[in-house]
Design a protein around this ligand. Structure first.
Ligand code: PLP
Length: 672
């Protein structure tokens, strides 16, 4: 068991330290290893007192990273000592304790709205530490208001409240207020009462055990009800949920990991285990989970409206986001059409490209061309322009005919062929084919530079530029599907920027809303947009749309996402991380079963092969990728493979040390 609680209070002087001591002593008496921490202390000896009472042998600097001389609010006390609060220092100390103990009790300073520095409150610290809070409240008149204020503010800040513990700070009989406080606070605050501690004349372990046993709901604090809850969830998952891309027969036999919370680059399961999110929750997360700015943007949008339609009306966030997207998109793109997933962004692109030529009177231009080894989504239109046979073979009878252009996977060149000559050959052949059919081809759809689902296939330099030229010279619209590559994943905001290519149509989804809400956008040039401007009676309108098109909550998340990119200079900070990932990937080339290692930005892949010389793959039935990822999971990293390819795609907020952890874990698993 690994647990941690942040003990806060409605005010100073209500007995946080006493309650923390009581909790620690009671938990210890139940046989748990209990660690304590007091991140910030302004004068006084709470940290030393706790250390002594609970017999903790950790260094004082770990238990109490900040000791300040003046009895002031921490931000002022720090200013006077010319200190700047560094959250990293506190988290690092906390992790040391977390590794060592079953339960760590972290005592706050004052209440949750106490500032630690400018624009940073205790509540922000609690959030970043990822702890649930226990509120200590004084019994007596006036407590209901104080406690409810703390509860409301805690929830507003996104904190989870484990419950309230009442503490009697003075000797004396319980009056009516003392008797009625707890149940009224529980009722109005919708919280659990975890304990009711009477006045303690003497504080030492023996006296605490004597007078407090049975007065604190230790079972609830230990979440002893939770394991059964988790197993119930597991049972319901198997009974009611059909998972995507999953052979449910296997799933029913497997042990299900259920994620309950997220925190930065980590996912946390129902048992409190932490996992590094090594695939950005399937390629969507950008700045980490529960990013404050994005959480707040969604919340503040919730205070206005959750949804209103774009059919016949407009809404504020969708307008602002469209403007912003056009400002950052490759030049030439002028209009934004919203939908809600990568597939629907592609559907819209296909229909726009097709209808554009119809509207303009080029009735023969009906063919959609696409590359082999491409993936554009799972709806039928996007499957029709998809080239991953293994997934889509069975739907052949349902899809429309399209033109598949041969395209290499750049790792397995045919015998006797070598790069770059082979690449040139392929592109020449593509040019011939497209030129020959130019009067019948409406558009070519590509995943620029990185073909994701095919196994993170990375194009050699120049390929994208050449393809864009071929399209332009032959009057074929170029549709760039940047659903996976968009929003920094390849090291630039959009992959097209690597070769200064401006597509006619750009599809965006996944990272658009930073992994928060389903949102997609199809961007088009003025020319294409103008191709739909006719008298209504001509029936050349784009008759297409989804109910949730332009959803305000999702657009608010996307806007906040882009603001964080600017504010934190995310793309600039990415450079050393990309370099570091490159370094770590080199170590893999020497491994016996590693055939190829590929990377563009923070998208990387390790392809496993049965035979390195012949490049013979592992038979897909062996599911080697899935097995490696299972092994990796045991060491606290979540990955999802593509067949025999291990995919590494952490959030852009990943730290070097976390990249190291991911790579070491994979290395170990492959070597096994
Ligand atoms: C994921 C993906 C899609 C499909 O997006 P969904 O949101 O899953 O529908 C389309 N194109 C590319 C390149 C993708 O990676």
């Amino acid at each position: 068991m690994k647990k941690g609680y942040f003990i806060t209070a409605t005010d100073t002087g209500v007995g946080k330290t006493v309650v923390t001591t009581v909790l620690g002593v009671l938990l210890k008496s139940r046989g748990f290893k209990v660690g304590i921490m007091k991140p910030v202390q302004c004068a006084g000896g709470d940290a030393l007192f706790l250390k002594k009472m609970l017999g903790c042998e950790d260094e004082l600097a770990t238990i109490n990273p900040y000791f300040l001389k003046e009895p002031l609010s921490p931000h002022l006390a720090m200013k006077r000592e010319r200190l700047d609060f560094d959250i990293g220092k506190v988290i690092q100390a906390y992790r040391i304790l977390q590794d060592k103990y079953d339960i760590v009790l972290v005592e706050g300073a004052g209440g949750i709205s106490v500032p630690l520095k400018d624009n940073y409150l205790i509540a922000d610290l609690i959030r970043e530490m990822g702890l649930d809070i226990i509120i200590v409240s004084r019994l007596g008149l006036g407590t209901i208001n104080h406690t409810l204020l703390t509860i409301t503010q805690a929830r507003e800040c996104g904190l989870n409240i484990k419950g309230v513990i009442f503490n009697k700070t003075r000797l004396g009989r319980n009056g009516l207020a003392e008797k009625t406080n707890p149940q009224e606070i529980a009722r109005f605050g919708k919280v659990k009462v975890l304990g009711n501690i009477s006045y303690l004349k003497k504080i030492n372990p023996q006296s605490i055990i004597k007078s407090c046993s049975g007065k604190v709901d230790i079972k609830e604090i230990l979440d002893e009800s939770n394991p059964s809850q988790a197993s119930k969830l597991r049972e319901y998952d198997k009974r009611y949920v059909w998972h995507p891309f999953t052979q449910m027969q296997d799933w029913l036999k497997s042990d299900t990991l259920i994620i309950e919370k997220g925190e930065g680059n980590y996912l946390i399961d129902t048992e409190g285990n932490r996992y590094l999110d090594g695939v950005s929750s399937l390629w969507v997360n950008v700045h980490g989970h529960r990013k404050r700015e994005i959480d707040n943007a969604v919340k503040s949008q919730l205070n206005r409206i959750a949804h209103s339609t774009l059919l016949g009306l407009s809404n504020v966030p969708s307008i602002n986001l469209a403007k912003k997207l056009i400002e950052i998109a490759p030049k030439g793109l002028q209009k934004v059409f919203y939908s809600d997933s990568g597939s629907t962004a592609v559907e819209a692109a296909i229909k726009i490209a097709y209808q554009y030529w119809q509207n303009k009177g080029f009735k023969e231009k009906k063919i959609l061309a696409h590359l082999s080894n491409s993936y554009h989504g799972d709806t039928l239109g996007s499957v029709s322009v998809g080239g991953i046979d293994l997934f889509h073979r069975v739907y052949k009878g349902l899809i429309f005919e399209s033109l598949k252009v041969d395209f290499p996977d750049f790792y397995r060149a045919p015998k006797g062929k070598s790069y770059p000559q082979y690449t040139v050959e392929i592109l020449d052949r593509m040019e011939d084919l497209l030129r020959k059919k130019r009067n019948r081809i409406a558009a070519l759809i590509i995943e620029p530079i990185v073909q994701g689902a095919a196994g993170i296939i990375v194009w050699p330099k120049g390929v994208l530029l050449r393809i864009s030229k071929i399209c332009r010279e032959n009057g074929i619209l170029l549709v760039a599907d940047e659903v996976a590559t968009g929003f920094g994943r390849t090291g630039k905001m959009f992959a097209c920027e690597h070769e200064n290519v401006s597509p006619d149509i750009l599809c965006l989804a996944k990272g658009l809303s930073a992994g928060y809400l389903p949102l997609a956008a199809t961007l088009v040039t003025q020319e294409i947009y103008d191709g739909f401007l006719f008298d209504y009676s001509k029936m050349k309108t784009f008759f297409h749309g989804h109910t949730y098109t332009g959803n305000p909550l999702a657009c608010a998340a996307a806007l906040a996402n882009l603001e964080v990119f600017e504010k934190e200079r995310t793309l600039i900070k990415l450079k050393p991380k990309i370099k570091y990932l490159e370094e770590r990937l080199k170590e893999f080339s020497g491994l016996k079963n590693v055939g190829d290692v590929r990377q563009k930005g923070l998208m990387a892949a390790i392809e496993l092969v049965k035979d390195k010389k012949t490049k013979a793959p592992f038979p897909w039935e062996e599911r080697i990728g899935a097995r490696i990822c299972q092994e990796v999971r045991k060491n606290g990293v979540i990955l999802r493979p593509l067949g025999n390819v291990i995919v590494i795609m952490p959030p852009l907020s990943v730290k070097k040390i976390e990249i190291a952890k991911i790579m070491e874990t994979i290395y170990k698993a492959i070597r096994l």
